[in-house]
Ligand binder design. Structure first.
Ligand SMILES: *[C@@H]1O[C@H](CO)[C@@H](O)[C@H](O)[C@H]1NC(C)=O
Ligand SMILES: *[C@@H]1O[C@H](CO)[C@@H](O)[C@H](O)[C@H]1NC(C)=O
Ligand SMILES: *[C@@H]1O[C@H](CO)[C@@H](O)[C@H](O)[C@H]1NC(C)=O
Ligand SMILES: *[C@@H]1O[C@H](CO)[C@@H](O)[C@H](O)[C@H]1NC(C)=O
Ligand SMILES: *[C@@H]1O[C@H](CO)[C@@H](O)[C@H](O)[C@H]1NC(C)=O
Ligand SMILES: *[C@@H]1O[C@H](CO)[C@@H](O)[C@H](O)[C@H]1NC(C)=O
Ligand SMILES: *[C@@H]1O[C@H](CO)[C@@H](O)[C@H](O)[C@H]1NC(C)=O
Ligand SMILES: *[C@@H]1O[C@H](CO)[C@@H](O)[C@H](O)[C@H]1NC(C)=O
Ligand SMILES: *[C@@H]1O[C@H](CO)[C@@H](O)[C@H](O)[C@H]1NC(C)=O
Ligand SMILES: *[C@@H]1O[C@H](CO)[C@@H](O)[C@H](O)[C@H]1NC(C)=O
Ligand SMILES: *[C@@H]1O[C@H](CO)[C@@H](O)[C@H](O)[C@H]1NC(C)=O
Ligand SMILES: *[C@@H]1O[C@H](CO)[C@@H](O)[C@H](O)[C@H]1NC(C)=O
Length: 580
């Protein structure tokens, strides 16, 4: 399908119009008049505030022609980034220059009317000279200290050094205590009327394209002296710092602003000092700590100044040292300090450590509980235990032995091993039914009378199914008595003679105790080894026993209990005189 000719034409027209708008409509925003002496380098930065961000194209032209200036830095006149640079000026460079600042949306044009005048120097300066654009004027106030700034602005490719200051064509030397030169500033102490005059700062400029060529640049400042202004209003105010400290990590970089408000007329000296020396001088070798370039913003009533101090790397020696910002008579310092330790981390760490310690102590205690308690008892054994009116340490309750092979184990344990270990070796006093009761005594009476005299109740448990099951051999009343005692808080030691799976047929009190305190399982036999109070089983039993009250029984006392040993089984009593 073919497009109509009219439509094509309209489109072409629209495109052409749009191109016209894009290329032609550059807004003239600024006209700068620059008057400079011949033979000096000249630099001018093309800036227009709204366009300093983003993708911006800056192009310099010399007016009659519309060919952009070279960007070849070896050329005498060339463009460097946003700058025009002329190294050095000759008389024929006078004329109009323009730079076009373009981005995708807009276009601005800055005009520079450059006038190059004949040789101007301190020596040849005469009243006939026009006032140059690199001449500035400043006011200093009597009685104060003030500073003058050398206004030399060049792109980064230019190196400025050997800055010298002249007053009325005489060089200011280091011997003159009144003046201190630092970088681009000249500090004037104790300003008096004689300090007014024509000041000049000169510098040697080297450009990176021709490092061996030295150009001289200068800047003149006409200084007038004024009597003190209104008192009070004159004192500059340091908003920050306020003699505060700053947390900073060792080795990090730090920039601190000194924010000052000062009245417009003031030319107070503003700087950072350490140990009463300008930081730039104090660290002149390492340049580790530097003073920034002063910035200012004008307000109707005052000027807001910012001058920063940059620590490229914070070192040990900086901590605790006051870095003072001075503004005329005002001063305020900052001090660096180490970052406060993170207390939360410490706290959490502490709790974790504590928890670990506590759990491991508990774990160790759980594992070695028996040993620890036994060791404690043997080490800190005290004979002064309170009298509790009890006669025996434990009442041994066990299935009534019958002439049955299965019950042989019970007999061995109760009548041989218990007395051997607990009585002979450990010095406990046991009441063993069938050994310590008197023949003919009513069973109920024996239990009633003796059990109350015991501190513990040892119950030997066997499987209910076996013929010597405990409960099969106990009367209802007996069980009731035991249960009552157990519920009374009497401590019970359950000794399982064999593995017992089913407790449900046992009395509730036994079930309860088994659940709460567990039972000690007998695994030994009647060998020598099983008769040692140091085996695991006996340690467990001893652990449940009360602390020993008496040293092992004297012979006579022991014998009072031994004649009534049950003699029916194969086992023969083995409780002899104790020798310790
Ligand atoms: C020169 O101008 C550009 C913007 O055109 C700006 O980014 C830069 O900071 C200026 N340089 C100086 C030293 O003022
Ligand atoms: C800037 O100019 C160069 C060439 O002069 C051109 O390639 C580039 O697209 C321009 N950029 C903008 C944002 O105009
Ligand atoms: C630049 O010069 C050419 C001729 O060399 C001319 O056609 C063009 O219109 C000029 N452009 C501007 C913006 O002056
Ligand atoms: C810059 O100009 C010089 C001659 O003035 C030339 O030798 C050199 O190649 C040019 N450099 C570039 C990058 O164009
Ligand atoms: C440029 O400045 C000179 C004096 O400094 C003046 O005579 C001349 O008219 C100015 N040119 C323009 C175009 O403004
Ligand atoms: C000015 O010219 C004199 C000689 O006429 C010369 O000695 C002096 O260095 C020149 N000054 C500058 C700044 O170029
Ligand atoms: C400033 O002047 C006072 C007296 O006006 C004098 O005592 C003081 O020494 C002077 N200080 C300097 C640095 O010249
Ligand atoms: C400073 O220079 C101006 C001219 O620029 C001159 O009128 C004045 O007398 C000079 N002052 C001194 C103290 O030399
Ligand atoms: C100091 O001034 C700077 C620049 O205006 C600002 O960013 C900074 O927040 C100020 N600092 C203080 C402590 O007021
Ligand atoms: C500070 O300056 C004094 C002299 O003004 C000097 O004696 C002292 O050593 C300096 N301290 C440091 C840490 O440089
Ligand atoms: C500190 O001063 C330097 C030099 O004037 C400047 O480049 C830098 O941006 C300043 N830093 C801050 C945080 O103001
Ligand atoms: C800060 O310390 C300086 C002395 O270094 C003192 O003159 C000033 O009054 C102090 N400022 C404040 C706000 O404490």
């Amino acid at each position: 399908m073919q497009m109509p000719a009219e439509l094509l034409r309209a489109l072409a027209l629209a495109l052409a119009l749009r191109l016209l708008v894009l290329t032609g409509a550059c807004k003239d925003v600024r006209m700068a008049n620059e008057v400079l002496a011949v033979n000096q380098p000249f630099a001018f930065n093309c800036t227009h505030p709204p366009l300093t961000f983003g993708d911006v194209n800056v192009t310099w032209y010399k007016a009659p022609r519309n060919i952009s200036l070279s960007r070849n830095i070896t050329w005498r006149i060339h463009q460097e980034h946003t700058w025009i640079l002329i190294l050095p000026l000759s008389l024929e460079d006078s004329g109009m220059y323009q730079c076009v600042i373009k981005n995708t949306k807009s276009c601005y044009r800055v005009h520079v009317n450059l006038t190059v005048v004949k040789n101007y120097s301190c020596v040849s300066s005469g009243s006939s000279l026009p006032s140059l654009s690199n001449e500035y004027s400043q006011i200093l106030y009597t009685g104060n200290s003030g500073s003058l700034r050398c206004h030399l602005y060049f792109p980064d490719s230019c190196l400025l050094d050997s800055i010298k200051w002249y007053k009325d064509c005489k060089e200011i030397t280091r011997e003159q205590q009144k003046f201190v030169s630092s970088d681009m500033k000249l500090f004037v102490y104790n300003v008096s009327a004689e300090d007014g005059g024509n000041y000049t700062c000169t510098a040697i400029l080297k450009h990176q394209a021709h490092p061996r060529i030295q150009y001289m640049v200068l800047n003149s400042i006409t200084v007038s002296i004024t009597e003190r202004g209104r008192p009070g209003g004159r004192i500059p105010k340091i908003i920050y710092p306020q003699n505060n400290s700053i947390e900073v990590r060792l080795g990090s970089m730090l920039i601190v602003n000194c924010n000052i408000t000062d009245t417009k007329e003031n030319t107070n000296l503003r700087c950072w000092k350490v140990n009463n020396t300008m930081v730039d001088d104090y660290y002149s070798d390492s340049k580790r700590i530097q003073e920034g370039i002063e910035n200012n913003v004008s307000f109707p009533e005052h000027i807001f100044y910012t001058v920063n101090i940059t620590f490229l790397e914070v070192k040990m020696e900086d901590y605790g040292l006051p870095f003072t910002c001075h503004a005329g008579v005002s001063a305020a310092y900052i001090m660096l300090r180490f970052p406060a330790p993170d207390f939360r981390a410490y706290l959490i760490g502490g709790f974790v450590a504590l928890a670990v310690v506590v759990t491991s102590v508990l774990g160790v205690y759980r594992i070695f509980k028996v040993d620890i308690v036994l060791w404690y008892r043997s080490t800190f054994h005290s004979a002064e235990t309170r009298e509790d009116g009890k006669l025996y340490d434990a009442y041994v309750l066990y299935p009534k032995p019958k002439r049955d092979n299965q019950c042989h184990k019970v007999d061995t344990l109760v009548l041989k091993l218990l007395p051997e270990v607990l009585e002979r070796q450990c010095g406990y006093k046991l009441f063993i039914f069938g050994r310590d009761d008197f023949p003919g005594q009513a069973v109920a009476n024996v239990i009633d009378e003796n059990i109350k005299l015991c501190r513990r109740l040892i119950v030997i448990l066997t499987r209910q199914s076996s013929s010597c099951g405990l409960l099969k051999n106990l009367s209802e009343e007996q069980i009731a008595v035991y249960s009552a005692l157990i519920q009374d808080g009497m401590k019970v030691i359950l000794i399982e003679l064999e593995r017992i799976e089913d407790y449900s047929t046992m009395p509730e009190s036994i079930q309860y105790i088994r659940q709460k305190h567990g039972a000690v399982r007998w695994r030994g036999d009647s060998t020598e080894q099983s008769q040692c109070s140091k085996t695991k089983f006996w340690k467990k039993v001893r652990y449940h026993m009360p602390p020993r009250r008496y040293p092992p029984f004297p012979l006579a006392q022991l014998q009072r209990h031994t004649p009534y040993i049950y003699t029916a089984g194969k086992w023969e009593p083995n409780v002899g005189p104790v020798t310790h």
